[in-house]
Design a protein around this ligand. Sequence first.
Ligand SMILES: CC(C)(COP(=O)(O)OP(=O)(O)OC[C@H]1O[C@@H](n2cnc3c(N)ncnc32)[C@H](O)[C@@H]1OP(=O)(O)O)[C@@H](O)C(=O)NCCC(=O)NCCS
Length: 258
Amino acid sequence: MTSTTTPTDPLAGMVDKFTVDSAELRKEISTHTPIRFTDVGEPYLPLPAPFERFFLSPERVSDIPDDQALMNDIRVVRTIAGPPFPLPLIASQRWLVRERAEIIKLFEQFAKGVFRPAACNPFFVLRERQADTGKEIYVGQVTVGFDEGPEKRRTPINSAWEEWRNHRVWQIGAALRPEYHRQGIATAAVGVAMNEWAIPQMGCTEIKAECFASNTGSMKLWVKFGFVEDPELRGEMTIPEAKGGGVEQERAFIWNLK
Ligand SMILES: CC(C)(COP(=O)(O)OP(=O)(O)OC[C@H]1O[C@@H](n2cnc3c(N)ncnc32)[C@H](O)[C@@H]1OP(=O)(O)O)[C@@H](O)C(=O)NCCC(=O)NCCS
C-alpha cells in the first residue's frame, strides 16, 4: 500500500535559536560554566584572542542550508569518512531535531542546579561575527559526541571523574569551510571545545579522532592537542565514486587525560 501522506517537515514549529529567557538562570549558568549569552539569550562559548570574533554555539534552524552546503562541498568532505555524500536534507534536519532535544535536556539540568557532568556538547557550530555588519557567518563545525560503533575505550574509565559513563568512546571531529582553512581557526576552536567544554564540563578523559593518512592538516591538528596515533586502529577505506573514488588509509588518534 502506498502512503499518500505528505512527509512532514521535522523542524516544523521549532524556533530558530535555542535561548534562555531567564536572566537569573543565565547568570547562574555563566557563574558555573564557561557559557556566555548573547543579548537575545542564545548560549555560546567564545574563542580566545586573536579570534574574538569567532564563537561556538548550538545549531539553529537557519543553519540547515549552510550545514548542507558544508557537508555537500567535495573539498571538505573528500577528507571525511562520513556522513553520506550527498547528505540528504532530511539527515541534516533529523540531526538538528536530536541536537535540540539534547540541549533542552542539558539546560533543564542546569535549571535544577546540576552543572556537571554535561551529557553532550551542543556548542558545535563555529561562527564569525563580522565587525562591520554584525552578521554571523557559518564557518563550520567542531563536534564532540559518542562514537556510534561498538568500540570500547582504549584506557580504563577514570573512576574519580567519569564512573557514571558506560564504556562508549567519545569522538571529536572538525570541518571548516575552505576559505577559513590554515588560519589557526580550527586550532582555536578545538582548544575551546576540549579545554573549556569536553574535559571540564563533560568529564571526558579519553577522546578519539579519526582521519585519513593523507589529511596532513587534520593529523597535525590532533597531534597539537596531545592525541597519539594508535597503530592497532589503522584501517583502509574505499572512497565512494561520488566522492572521487580511490582508497584512503585510515588513522585513529587517542587523547587521554594525564
Ligand atoms: C582539518 C581542518 C579542520 C583544519 O582546519 P584549519 O583551520 O585549517 O587548521 P589550523 O589552521 O588550525 O591548522 C592546524 C595545523 O595544521 C596545519 N595544516 C592545516 N592545513 C594543512 C594542510 N592542508 N597541509 C599541511 N598542514 C596543514 C597548520 O599549519 C597547523 O599546524 P601548525 O600549527 O604546526 O602550523 C580543515 O582543513 C578542514 O575543515 N578540512 C576538511 C574537513 C576535514 O578533513 N576534517 C578533518 C577530519 S576529522
